[in-house]
Design a protein around this ligand. Structure first.
Ligand SMILES: O=C(O)[C@H](O)[C@@H](O)[C@H](O)[C@H](O)CO
Length: 403
């Protein structure tokens, strides 16, 4: 088998997505998700100029060799653009291998470790009351786990909370970055009240999660983790920016609140110290941004040695292709924790037909050979790319902060 053709498809059904399609001389094709929110065209250029020309004529079944060819062979290692491009190639090649074998992807990985994959949904509201109503809506829909984010009095806009009630939250909401204002003291005083209210209304059984979105310093994160211990969070996510993995040592010394991190990681090396020192409980790197199935499998295996479980990133800015492949991975991976789920818009699902199903707070993997997600190129052509950027955050004195 040989790779005959490969090309990128950029489409915006609801939001921008980049898909790589690899076609073989035997007619089998595979697709991979290459979407890097707010930086989509950088990955397209990387794929078209540097990756696709080097793939033509290669044997698509040699996934391992192609992975190293693209990683070591670039000389310049890691980084979100490179790793998302490699991730898309890798996902498409696993899709091809599984189709050629006539098996759903999870079978090739090692078979089912579980019957279904628990997900967490997002409940957000402009204040605690509105957020509780959203939690109730999720519980009624069958969710066992819910991430809660509420507006904070005195902070005009907050991460995760839509501008208008009932509106979908999409962070890349402007052509150039919108400017938000942040106040750590107000947030820290308010956040524990939200978790107290959730426990009060929904009891002990619901899994409650929260995303700090990288905004605290280590000692502030330690305070938050410690103060919310009575509310037994499933996890506290991205409590500090994690380039300095050592920061988590300090947080860990102060709190038993479980910690999750890694959605912006693109390599095992971003998480190595976090895992080996058991400073975290859940690793959130996912297939598109961290070099595909081949690399994330190594990361998950390392994590498993240290009791760290997976909790893959699953926002709407990863396409159904990444989500579908992730559900196969989640079905197989022994040290699975949870899968994030932000439902895509109906137009997105129309462009990306798939066989995974959501039922009773869980995903059920499909049985179609491959990863079970396709792209309808005709439908995709109806939704042209529009530049969209993630916001920036400033402190009240104008200092640029972490968004
Ligand atoms: O926990 C999450 O799902 C995330 O924080 C996302 O929603 C990011 O903000 C988004 O992926 C940025 O592109």
């Amino acid at each position: 088998m040989k790779i005959e053709r490969a090309y990128t498809i950029v489409t915006a059904p609801g939001r921008n997505f980049v898909t790589l399609k690899i076609v073989t001389d035997e007619g089998v094709y595979g697709i991979g998700d290459a979407t890097l929110n707010g930086r989509e065209q950088a990955v397209v250029a990387y794929l078209e100029e540097h990756v696709i020309p080097a793939l033509i004529g290669r044997d698509p079944q040699r996934i391992e060799d192609i992975w190293h060819y693209l990683y070591r062979g670039a000389y310049w290692r890691r980084g979100p653009v490179t790793m998302s491009a490699i991730g898309a190639v890798d996902m498409a090649l696993w899709d091809i291998k599984a189709k050629a074998a006539g098996m759903p992807l999870y079978q090739l990985l090692g078979g089912k470790s579980r019957e279904r994959v628990m997900v967490y949904g997002h409940a957000t509201g402009k204040d605690i009351e509105a957020c509780l109503d959203e939690v109730a809506r999720h519980v009624e829909a069958g969710y066992r786990a819910v991430r809660v984010q509420a507006g904070v009095p005195g902070i005009a806009s907050i991460y995760g909370v839509a501008k208008k009630p009932g509106e979908r939250y999409e962070p890349a909401d402007a052509e150039l970055p919108a400017e938000h204002v942040w106040n750590t003291a107000k947030y820290l005083n308010h956040a524990p009240r939200l978790f107290a209210a959730v426990r009060e209304r929904f009891g002990d059984d619901l899994h409650v999660l929260h995303d700090v979105h990288h905004r605290l310093t280590p000692i502030e994160a330690a305070r938050l983790g410690k103060e919310v211990e009575p509310f037994h969070l499933f996890w506290l996510e991205d409590c500090v920016p994690a380039e300095n993995q050592e920061s988590f040592r300090l947080i860990r010394q102060h709190t038993t609140t479980p910690l999750a991190v890694g959605e912006v990681f693109n390599s095992l090396y971003d998480a190595k110290a976090l895992i080996e020192n058991q400073w975290i409980d859940y690793i959130r790197a996912t297939l598109t941004h961290a070099g595909g199935i081949t690399h994330v499998r190594r990361l998950a295996d390392l994590a498993g040695l240290y009791h760290v479980r997976t909790g893959f990133h699953g926002p709407t800015d990863l396409s159904p292709v990444c989500l579908g492949a992730a559900i196969h991975f989640d079905t197989w991976v022994p040290n699975f924790g949870i899968q994030e789920y932000m439902p895509h818009e109906a137009v997105t699902d129309e462009v990306f037909p798939h066989d995974y199903r959501f039922e009773d707070g869980h995903f059920l993997v499909g049985e179609t050979p491959g990863h079970g997600v396709d792209i309808d190129e005709k439908a995709a052509a109806k939704y042209p790319y529009r530049r969209a950027s993630l916001p920036v955050n400033r402190l009240e004195d104008g200092t640029l902060w972490h968004w």
